[in-house]
Design a binder for this molecule. Structure first.
Ligand code: AMP
Ligand code: ZN
Length: 470
């Protein structure tokens, strides 16, 4: 096995990586703020986490991944107040869409999706620990702040210039710029707007709610322990979010919070960051409705290295749609072939070696894709020769399956029938809901209903897959 190497934002270098216990990678990835359906920019980051997760598995490690759902924060509270609803009424339907989008994009489910509102006691305990350590204090506004000048490592991830740090000044909002590096809120005293939407809890400091940064520290430590192997997110999270997570976690535990920090670059549209507040967003739901196959989206995202910016354009998506069609045709051809040649086996071995070398070298997915397409060209030429070597054919099938276990870019034929696809998605959502409330009879009835229309489903670790029986 080649060495596995990963870029670590903390050291700004590519380093050899292995999980601390040699077996299981404890992996935390910052998840969505569920106030609005996630856009393709958010999903570029979640697909990067999927690529990392699957590559770690390819390398032979177990993965224990936790992705939080931020279901209480400034933006959610503002939205709930605008709509006259409780925060739960805002976040629950958005969470459901997130899970559908995740399944559609074939993102393997994490082992846990903790909701911030389920971890309030752990957050309060963490704040108490920080006060006891003398790095947090209650201010006269009844909020609790982290005193950044009491934590000597503050700024190490984002390489904050210490001159920029304003000692003693305070910031209450969750998101702020480097120029405003100052004491940040761990626990925010409840305002009438918070109480109105169900975003306030009892605490030793009175009614209040957690700050965004605190949520991730408390959930990560609770579910994965004091030192994570990998912590990842989008590049905009380096400051202040991850910087503040490090401060809170390390000041409380005295341990290194994450051994490696990984950050994915932005998805742009027409040269600007895709962001909800700019209005230039492409939702995944929209792509689903436009019947763009998930395989094409994955190809489009993986065809640029995760640390390089990626620009969304119609031409690039079109090219990806064509590329994955070729992959699908090749998959069919491999399935239907009756034999191969010794050269086919050689091509298969070379492809696996090339793809692994690329992925294990800081997740070089574009090179992995190049390795796959070289294989397709060579294998197609060999299959034209109509050989009879069964062992060689099996080698080629196994190689393709291994490569595709990470990339997962064979298009779904069923996408050709949009009405059917929409109906199936709707039935699958109903089945998921039935299974969640443990109503297995209803779930089985839905499976039978699907079968009546010739739709076969298969529950896999990466969600339910379906196809139209031929
Ligand atoms: P949010 O829902 O805003 O908390 O963001 C969820 C994730 O999406 C975070 O890891 C962000 O860094 C990431 N993200 C937000 N905008 C983009 C973008 N345009 N491109 C890539 N990742 C993004
Ligand atoms: Zn986070």
């Amino acid at each position: 096995m080649p060495e596995f190497r990963l870029y670590n934002t903390m050291t700004r270098t590519i380093e050899p990586f292995a999980p601390a216990d040699g077996r299981t990678v404890r992996f935390y990835s910052c998840g969505p703020t569920v106030y609005n359906p996630a856009h393709l920019g958010n999903f570029r980051t979640f697909l990067f986490a999927d690529l990392l997760r699957r590559t770690l598995q390819l390398r032979g490690w177990q993965v224990r991944q936790v992705m939080n759902l931020t279901d209480v924060d400034d933006k959610i509270i503002r939205r709930a107040n605008e709509q006259g609803r409780k925060i739960r009424e805002v976040t629950e339907p958005v969470t459901e869409i997130f899970l559908q989008d995740r399944d559609y994009l074939r993102i393997q489910p994490a082992e846990a999706y903790p909701k911030a509102t389920d971890y309030i006691p752990q957050m309060i305990a963490l704040v108490e620990r920080l006060i006891a350590e003398g790095v947090a204090y209650k201010a006269d506004d009844n909020s609790v702040y982290f005193a950044i000048d009491r934590f000597p490592g503050y700024g190490k991830l984002s390489r904050l210039d210490t001159r920029e740090v304003k000692t003693g000044a305070r910031v209450t909002q969750d998101d702020y710029s480097k120029e405003n590096a100052q004491d940040f809120a761990l626990w925010k005293a409840a305002k009438p707007e918070d109480e109105a939407v169900g975003a306030a809890w009892d605490s030793p400091w009175g009614r209040g709610r957690p700050g965004w940064h605190l949520e991730c520290s408390a959930m990560a430590i609770d579910l994965l322990g004091e030192t994570l192997d990998i912590h990842c997110g989008g590049i905009d999270l380096i400051f202040p979010h991850h910087e503040d997570e490090i401060a809170q976690s390390e000041a409380a535990t005295g341990q290194t919070f994450a051994r490696v920090w990984c950050h994915g670059a932005f998805l742009l549209t027409d040269g600007t960051k895709m962001a909800k507040r700019l209005g230039n967003v492409t939702t995944v739901k929209g792509m689903r409705e436009a019947q763009i196959s998930a395989a094409a989206v994955r190809h489009f995202v993986f065809n640029t290295h995760y640390r390089k910016e990626l620009n969304l354009s119609e031409e690039a998506l079109e090219a990806s749609i064509n590329a994955v069609r070729r992959v699908g045709d090749f998959a069919d051809r491999l399935a239907e072939a009756t034999g191969g040649t010794p050269e086919l086996a050689d091509a298969a071995d070379a492809a696996v070696a090339a793809v692994e070398a690329a992925l294990f070298d800081d997740l070089n997915a574009p090179n992995a894709l190049a390795g796959l397409f070289t294989f397709i060209t060579r294998a197609n030429a060999e299959l034209d020769r109509r050989g009879t070597d069964l062992g060689a054919l099996e080698r080629a099938r196994a190689a393709f399956a291994r490569i595709n276990s990470v990339l997962d870019i064979v298009p779904d034929r069923a996408v050709d029938d949009p009405e059917l696809a929409q109906w199936v998605e709707e039935r699958l959502a109903a089945r998921r809901a039935a299974r969640q409330r443990r109503d297995f009879a209803a779930a089985d009835a839905i499976r039978a209903e699907l079968a009546d229309r010739g739709v076969v489903i298969e529950d896999t670790p990466s969600g339910t897959k379906w196809k139209k029986a031929r």
